[in-house]
Design a protein around this ligand. Structure first.
Ligand SMILES: *Cc1c(COP(=O)(O)O)cnc(C)c1O
Length: 406
C-alpha cells in the first residue's frame, strides 16, 4: 500500500464483496464430494427423458436453467448469479462482450420512433452503435452534457424519449454524473435509465440510486487478467427481466462456458485486486497533481475532477483508472515519445487487468458539445498490480523528458 493515504477522500466499498465473492455461485460440498470450483460444462443439445419433460422445460427460460446451449449453460448461470449479487440486482444476462452488453440492452428497451439520450462522455463504441445501427432501425439519438443540471437535462427530454443512458464516470473524461437526479427525470417521463457501471463495480450500487438496467464490461476487473472478453446486463424488476431475457433469446445471445469459468475464477480475487490497484492509483493521481507538467488529474476521488461531489455522495470506492491532462506548451512529439518509452505502462485499449496501461486521449475522442474535451495533450492510466514506487519512478522519468515548445 502506498503511504500518505487520506481516508477522508477515499473509502473502500469492496469489503461488502469479500464474502460474496468467496461463497456465491458454486455448488459447494456434497455426499460424493465436489471440487471447490464447479467444472466447465460444454454442450448444445440438452436431453430430456420424455416429451412432457421437454415441453415443461419451456417455462425455465427465465430461471437460469438448461434448455438449449444457445440459451445458456451452467457456467453462465453461475456467473449470472454472482454478478446479480455484486450489482445488488435480481437478474443478470451474460453476453459475449461489454460492448454487446451496452448494445443489446439498448436494443431490448428501444423501438422505431423512440428518442434516446446518451451522455456526451459515453464509451465511443456505444456512441457508434447508436449512430450507425439504432439509426437504421428508426431510433433517434441525442447527446446531453454529462454534467447537465436537472433543468438542462429536462430540456432534452421529448414525449418519445424512452431511454436515458448514463455512464459514470465518463469514458476518458471522467465526469461523475448525478445518477439519482437523472433517474428521477427519466421516471417522471416514463423512460428507463440504463447505466454503464463498469468503472463503479462494487463501489456504486445502481439500483439504490434509481437505475433500471446496469451494464458491466466483465472484461475489466471481474475477469481481471486481460484474457477474456465478456459482458453483463442486470435488472431488478421482473418486467424488465422478461424484456431483457426475451430479447437475448430472440437474438441467440449466450456466452462460452470457458469464458464464464475464467471470469468466475477472476472474480474470486476481485475485491483484493481492486483495493490494491485503486489505492496505488489514487496515490499516483495525487502525486501527479503535484507535478509542474500536469494541468489536471481526472480522478473522481480528487476534488478538481468534474462531478467529484457526486462521487463523494454516491460511491464507496474509486477504480484504478483515471485521466491526466498536461499543461499547454508541451510539445506533442515529446508526449508521444514519453508514452512510447514508459517501462511498465503498456500501450493498449481496455483496463482492469493486473498490468498497467496508458492510452492517449488527446485528439482521439469525440464529443458533440464543445466543453468536456481536454484542451491539452492528455492520456489515461490504468494502474495494475505492480509495485507503487516502480510505477511512480517510471512516470517521473517520462514527465522529466517532456520538452517545452518555445
Ligand atoms: C471496456 C468497456 C466497454 C466494452 O467492454 P468490452 O468487453 O471491451 O467490449 C463498455 N463500457 C465501458 C465503460 C468500458 O470501459
Amino acid at each position: 500500500m502506498a503511504s500518505g493515504e487520506n481516508r477522508e477522500t477515499f473509502r473502500t466499498g469492496w469489503s461488502r464483496l469479500e464474502t460474496i465473492l468467496s461463497h456465491e455461485a458454486r455448488q459447494g460440498a456434497s455426499e460424493q464430494g465436489n471440487f471447490v470450483n464447479d467444472p466447465v460444462t460444454r454442450g448444445s443439445t440438452v436431453l430430456f427423458s420424455t416429451i412432457a419433460a421437454l415441453n415443461a422445460n419451456e417455462a425455465s427460460r427465465y430461471n437460469h436453467e438448461l434448455t438449449y446451449g444457445a440459451m445458456g449453460n451452467s457456467n453462465q448461470f453461475a456467473l449470472e448469479k454472482l454478478i446479480a449479487a455484486i450489482e445488488g440486482g435480481a437478474q443478470t444476462q451474460i453476453v459475449g462482450s461489454g460492448l454487446l452488453a451496452c448494445t443489446f440492452a439498448l436494443q431490448a428497451f428501444l423501438k422505431a420512433g423512440d428518442h434516446l439520450l446518451l451522455p456526451d462522455s459515453v464509451y465511443g463504441p456505444t456512441r457508434r452503435f447508436a449512430l450507425k445501427t439504432l439509426a437504421r432501425f428508426g431510433v433517434e439519438t441525442e447527446f446531453y452534457p454529462p454534467l447537465a443540471s436537472e433543468e438542462e437535462l429536462a430540456g432534452f427530454i421529448r414525449s418519445n424519449t424512452k431511454v436515458i443512458f448514463a455512464e459514470s464516470p465518463g469514458s476518458h473524461t471522467f465526469e461523475v454524473q448525478d445518477v439519482p437526479m437523472i433517474a428521477r427525470l427519466a421516471h417522471k417521463n416514463g423512460a428507463k435509465l440504463l447505466l454503464d457501471n463498469t468503472w463503479g463495480i462494487g463501489a456504486f450500487m445502481p439500483f439504490e440510486h434509481g437505475v433500471d438496467v446496469s451494464i458491466q464490461a466483465l472484461t475489466k476487473y471481474p475477469a481481471g487478467h486481460s484474457d477474456v472478453v465478456l459482458g453483463a446486463v442486470t435488472v431488478t424488476h421482473d418486467e424488465d427481466w422478461r424484456t431483457l431475457r426475451d430479447e437475448a433469446i430472440y437474438m441467440g445471445l449466450c456466452a462460452s462456458p470457458d469464458d464464464c469459468w475464467l471470469t468466475l475464477r477472476g472474480l474470486r480475487t476481485m475485491a483484493l485486486r481492486l483495493e490494491k490497484q485503486s489505492r496505488n492509483a489514487l496515490e499516483l493521481a495525487r502525486w501527479l497533481k503535484t507535478r509542474p507538467e500536469v494541468a489536471l488529474v481526472r480522478h473522481p476521488a480528487l476534488p478538481d475532477c468534474p462531478g467529484h461531489d457526486f462521487w463523494k455522495r454516491d460511491f464507496t470506492g474509486a477504480a484504478g483508472v483515471f485521466g491526466v491532462e498536461l499543461r499547454s506548451g508541451i510539445s506533442p512529439d515529446s508526449v508521444e515519445r514519453m508514452l512510447n518509452e514508459f517501462e511498465y505502462f503498456g500501450i493498449g485499449a481496455s483496463w482492469g487487468g493486473y498490468e498497467s496501461l496508458v492510452l492517449p486521449t488527446y485528439g482521439t475522442i469525440t464529443r458533440s458539445h464543445r466543453d468536456g474535451l481536454p484542451a491539452n495533450p492528455a492520456f489515461r492510466l490504468q494502474i495494475g498490480l505492480e509495485n507503487y514506487e516502480d510505477l511512480r519512478r517510471d512516470l517521473e522519468r517520462g514527465l522529466k523528458s517532456l520538452e517545452k515548445i518555445v
